[in-house]
Write a protein that binds this ligand. Structure first.
Ligand SMILES: [Zn+2]
Length: 650
């Protein structure tokens, strides 16, 4: 099979003033017919969302709104100044869920909470429960008491506002109701009156208000919200107007001059997502150059093979270049989710499949590892190695039901049901198939309605069948992503590479006839007159591949990780006589892959004969990384030595 790559791109010009030139097909227009994701979304709906609301009820997060609104007496409950955001994030997830799965009871319950939130909003639009209840009593000793907007680096008032906007936008899009959106707009209007040139020049310590404001712009068309988002970004690193918070909050230099991912990883990645919005929606080339540089830094020096980012427990931050420890890897679940939000926007900005490569790697590994298969326990950090002793997960060796800072569980809740957003996209008369997930959608190409249905057993098998059914015959392009993992690179950049060659070839067929693969920016482009019943068949070989890391990654020197398609594998004690940390995987090991329907919700398992540290043969069983830690705590390793200690000294 010939793969021909071209660099020209049709339809580069921007058509819409309202958004990116590429538009994601919204999850509401995508029906999943797969097993893998349908199960996860259903578990999120039936278990995780009710569980999250229950925790918020129990721990006073919802009572805080009632108190701020004068409906209830008492003090602020909770240990964080941003507990309001957990409620917002669960409403966001519940809204996505309602859009796909109408549920009158849930809808009514959410409306009841929105009433309390509206009551908590002050006359002029201000909304932040701990400040309204008692500004002199802070929830945490690292937050200074004081009036509105005091100590914005730590008060999280603008962070609370950002999650309010994100949730209200989702609720409005999903239900068509404006009760929550109106609360958000009233708050955003106050922000626009308070901050900006000639007004307050301060910025939030924790970003997210920026993407939230962009969403309010998309909902209303009011440019002041977009301008406000850009103001908060432009103002970072500018000491005129506020005392700089430093690199921890990415406030050490102007954002357009930043070229390395530093500081708190979640703050950073939310900011990069917002910067990409400005690059894509305002067509700002300096923002585009900056996010492209930062992205290069992340993928070539600071990305785990699981798509996780933010190596250090210390301050939840990015490490130095190539600092990617395994046992102590932080990899906050929120940061992985943020990495998906950012990479999706980078794709919408550029039309380049390499961003979907990172998105997909993060999706199947470092993101869904954050929530148990049953949907009621969570990882906050996602380490790549466990010795069964170091309590990496906030004092625990395994997933926990909840945390004092429960950002990760509630981020999972809002992310999972929105996942079908990432499968398809359109630009003018081109369709993009980004992810391989059995699903159906309807799009319009050249004013003709086109039904698309995709059938695959990915991530366990690389055969993909796509049926293209236009109402009447019509000319347009179908762009099918050829994943980097099938082409010889586990992720973009040179941080990781495959050790073994793949002798099998990618094949593409159209109506049963093999065709050459013409790629543009990582997509196989098939432009033709499509007719009812046309069928594309793509076969992506999925051999077991060995991955090695760049020599500068000290933690992975002389080590190998096993991957198959988009899935990263690990060895867990329970499958391997409790001990995996002394396991050695020689380069000539032969592996087998087998699907086991009854294990861990159905997974493909890798087995092979490897060595123990003394050189004796032992059996390895490896499972998908995301599925580890469901059968009790113990050892786990993603990266394993290639040689025994004695062989290394020879
Ligand atoms: Zn988190």
């Amino acid at each position: 099979m010939v793969i021909i790559s071209t660099s020209c791109s049709a339809g580069e010009h921007k058509e819409s003033q309202e958004g990116y030139s590429i538009t994601a097909v919204p999850f509401t227009d995508v029906t999943l017919t797969d097993d893998f994701w349908t199960k996860r979304i259903e578990t999120n709906r039936t278990v995780t969302i009710p569980f999250g609301f229950k925790k918020c009820e129990e721990e006073g997060r919802i009572r805080n709104f009632a108190r701020a609104g004068g409906l209830l007496d008492g003090k602020y409950e909770g240990k964080m100044p941003f507990d309001d955001t957990d409620v917002y994030k669960i409403i966001e997830g519940a809204s996505y869920s309602l859009a796909i799965h109408p549920d009158k009871e849930l809808d009514k319950y959410v409306d009841g909470i929105i009433e309390k939130i509206a009551a908590a909003q002050e006359e002029d639009g201000y909304l932040c429960t701990w400040k309204t209840i008692n500004p002199d009593k802070t929830p945490a000793n690292w937050v200074e008491p004081g009036p509105r907007w005091h100590n914005l680096g730590a008060s999280h008032e603008l962070y609370n506002a950002g999650h309010l906007y994100e949730a209200a936008y989702a609720h409005y899009k999903a239900t068509g109701k404006t009760n929550f959106l109106n609360v958000a707009l009233k708050n955003a209007d106050l922000i626009c009156e308070t901050f900006g040139p000639g007004k307050k020049l301060d910025v939030p310590g924790h970003q997210i208000i920026e993407t939230g404001l962009v969403k309010l712009y998309l909902a209303t068309g009011k440019e002041k919200y977009l301008d406000m988002a850009k103001f908060f970004l432009d103002q970072r690193g500018n000491a005129k107007g506020h005392k700089l918070y430093g690199s921890y909050s990415q406030d050490h230099k102007p954002v357009v001059e930043q070229d390395e991912a530093v500081g708190h990883a979640v703050r950073a990645v939310y900011m990069y997502a917002a910067m990409t919005d400005i690059a894509g929606i305002m067509n700002d080339s300096s923002y585009r150059r900056a996010v492209e540089k930062i992205w290069e830094n992340v993928v070539s020096k600071k990305l785990y093979i699981t798509g996780g980012i933010g190596a250090r427990h210390d301050r939840e931050s990015f490490g130095d270049n190539y600092e990617l420890p395994n046992l102590t890897a932080y990899n906050e679940t929120c940061a992985a989710i943020g990495n998906i939000y950012w990479n999706h926007r980078m794709f919408l900005l550029t039309g380049d499949a390499k961003y979907i490569d990172v998105l997909e790697r993060t999706l199947y590994n470092g993101t869904i590892s954050g929530v148990s298969l049953d949907g009621d326990s969570f990882f906050y950090p996602n380490c790549l190695e466990s010795d069964g002793k170091y309590k990496f997960n906030m004092g625990s060796l395994t997933r926990q039901p909840w945390f004092d800072c429960s950002c990760c569980p509630t981020n999972v809740i809002r992310f999972i049901p929105s996942m079908p957003n990432y499968i398809y996209a359109t630009r003018n008369d081109s369709l993009y198939v980004n992810l391989f997930i059995s699903s159906k959608t309807k799009v319009e190409m050249n004013k003709t309605k086109v039904e698309i249905s995709q059938q695959t057993n990915c991530p366990w098998d690389g055969k993909v069948t796509i049926k293209v059914n236009p109402q009447t015959s019509q000319t347009f392009a179908v762009n099918i992503r050829i994943p980097g993992w099938a082409l010889g690179r586990p992720v973009p950049g040179d941080l990781y590479r495959y050790l073994n060659e793949n002798p099998e070839q990618i094949t593409l067929k159209l109506n049963n006839e093999p065709i050459d693969i013409h790629t543009n920016k990582g997509f196989a482009v098939i432009e033709r007159k499509w007719s009812k019943g046309d069928v594309i068949e793509l076969n992506l070989p999925m051999p077991i591949r060995r991955v090695t890391a760049h020599e500068k990654v000290k933690a992975d020197i002389n080590k190998v990780a096993l991957v198959r398609g988009p899935v990263v594998y690990c060895a867990e004690g329970i499958d391997n006589d409790k001990e995996v940390l002394d396991m050695v995987i020689p380069d000539d090991t032969e592996f087998q892959a087998e699907y086991q329907a009854n294990l861990l919700g159905g997974v493909t398992v890798i087995t092979g004969n490897v060595l123990d540290k003394s050189g004796k043969i032992r059996k390895l069983t490896a499972i998908p990384y995301y599925a580890w830690s469901h059968r009790g705590p113990g050892e786990m390793a993603v990266w394993m030595p290639r040689k025994t200690a004695s062989a290394e000294t020879k």
